[in-house]
Unconditional design. Structure first.
Length: 486
């Protein structure tokens, strides 16, 4: 299902990801607690370059997690299906993101939740195997080592150890409350100590939630995205207490989880079409882009319409067919305003011969949301167009330290040694006629389409491509306020 229905989503996930085979990258990941999970998550996310491979790895991890949960909490074979609940919730946490995929700052988030639950469960399994005299040192060691490496999942494992101690015979309660109290105290105190002496980059309000995504953007919080994580935590608490659930209750819980996952799985058709069209844009598949928008029954978003107009321009059919394809103003299905400059805007700026704005937004989004393969590729192309060979080499050197993008980097590195290859490149052939002689950078106010319209209408050049765009977009220019994103 993942590889067939969500291949463009998974592809986009790895394009918005960056894993470098360097000690410095590992060191940067470890600047916050939970860094090891984030480092491992980014490593695994890169395998979505082949969606079937990445989805296969994810499903193997879920199968292993089910087995580990069964062994750790001693779940009988007949109740094995109860371990589906955490899997379904992790599936929902990944597939329900929608436009959050562009804005989440947690590196490797598609794998971090799965790895975190596996680590927490393994720590609990180790705790159960410990002799009683070693359990208190084990709790302290778990929080001291687990918090910096695994973030909140290390804290969760420590709390569950305390819960396991609470369960037991009444005559043993006095002996059991000491480890439980120690678990609670260390979970509260240790993150504060790490915050004051080591992890000063993490806001104090987030020290107990590191390795969890922060679903807040432009002061808008999307709290429903935390439901899968809350359900997983509740499942682990119940499993630690080991109650004898009636069979009907267990079956109802699994069915309810599946219903929640089906309901929460992102089914926004326009979002998936944008992902497909943006992937086709990178591959210069103009006919594929036009086919996608012509086959939609929904009102398209402005991002889809802008990509459609670019495809028509590249195929030489803009003047003839601009009114023969659907047009619309559907708003992106997200709980916050989604400005196209953060999604497909950078690619459109490049394709319309405005590399400075593409570069500017790559740099700004890289600082704000993290560096990605997509941003580095675009910055390479912008640097080549601007004749900035030193900058281009810097970004190519980074891409050569990835797993799947080395051949791409070697291809464009040859352009530095043989500039004539740039002129022969099919993508650059479409961009060169739209480049302006003046080198400028002002501000687009995060309004992609109004800025593009004004830019295209006021271009000083008069070659055939520029003249066509001026003529087509002049009516848009007279009514450009209509295209302002709210």
């Amino acid at each position: 299902m993942l590889a067939i229905w969500e291949q463009d989503y998974l592809w986009t996930a790895q394009e918005q990801n960056l894993f470098l085979h360097t000690p410095l990258f590992f060191h940067q990941c470890m600047q916050t607690s939970g860094g090891l999970l984030s480092w491992a998550g980014t490593y695994l996310t890169q395998f979505f370059y082949y969606p079937m491979l990445g989805a296969g790895i994810l499903c193997v991890l879920w199968a292993f997690m089910m087995w580990l949960l069964k062994q750790t909490f001693r779940i009988p074979d007949r109740w094995l299906w109860l371990t589906l609940i955490p899997v379904v919730m992790l599936l929902l946490s990944d597939m329900g993101l929608g436009y959050w995929i562009y804005f989440l700052k947690l590196r490797g988030h598609l794998f971090v939740g799965t790895l975190g639950v596996i680590v927490a469960t393994a720590l609990i399994w180790g705790y159960k195997m410990m002799p009683r005299r070693m359990r208190i040192p084990y709790i302290i060691a778990t929080v001291l080592v687990g918090y910096p490496l695994f973030g909140c999942y290390g804290l969760l494992a420590t709390l569950l150890m305390g819960i396991i101690e609470v369960r037991g015979e009444k005559k043993e309660v006095k002996r059991r409350w000491i480890p439980s109290v120690i678990a609670i105290i260390t979970v509260i105190v240790v993150p504060l100590l790490y915050y004051h002496f080591i992890y000063y980059l993490t806001p104090i309000s987030n020290i107990y939630w590191t390795a969890l995504p922060v679903f807040t953007h432009n002061d808008v919080s999307d709290l429903q995205r935390y439901v899968p994580y809350m359900v997983i935590m509740l499942w682990l608490v119940v499993a630690s207490l080991h109650p004898h659930l009636p069979r009907k209750v267990g079956i109802s819980a699994v069915v309810l989880s599946i219903i929640i996952a089906v309901w929460g799985w992102n089914k926004d058709g326009n979002f998936h079409r944008e992902l497909t069209m943006s992937r086709q844009l990178e591959q210069q598949d103009w006919e594929g882009m036009l086919k996608i928008i012509s086959n939609t029954d929904d009102e398209p978003t402005r991002a889809m319409c802008m990509m459609k107009n670019l495809a028509l321009q590249r195929t030489g059919r803009l003047s003839r067919d601009i009114n023969n394809y659907p047009d619309g103003f559907a708003r992106p299905d997200a709980p916050f305003p989604v400005h196209a400059v953060h999604t497909i805007g950078k690619m459109l700026y490049l394709q319309y011969g405005i590399p400075n704005y593409c570069y500017r937004w790559c740099m700004e989004d890289g600082v704000e949301y993290g560096w990605s393969v997509e941003k580095l590729k675009l910055m390479v192309k912008c640097s080549l167009l601007n004749g900035e060979t030193v900058a281009a080499q810097r970004y190519l050197s980074l891409l050569k330290k990835t797993t799947f993008h080395r051949s791409w980097a070697r291809k464009y590195e040859a352009y530095l040694r043989q500039p004539r290859l740039i002129i022969q490149d099919e993508e650059f052939k479409g961009i060169f006629p739209l480049l302006r002689d003046d080198d400028f950078l002002t501000s687009d106010q995060s309004q992609l389409e109004p800025f593009l319209i004004e830019h295209l209408v006021t271009m000083p050049g008069d070659n055939p491509q520029q003249a066509e765009l001026k003529r087509i977009y002049f009516p848009f220019y007279l009514n450009r306020i209509k295209y302002v994103e709210q």
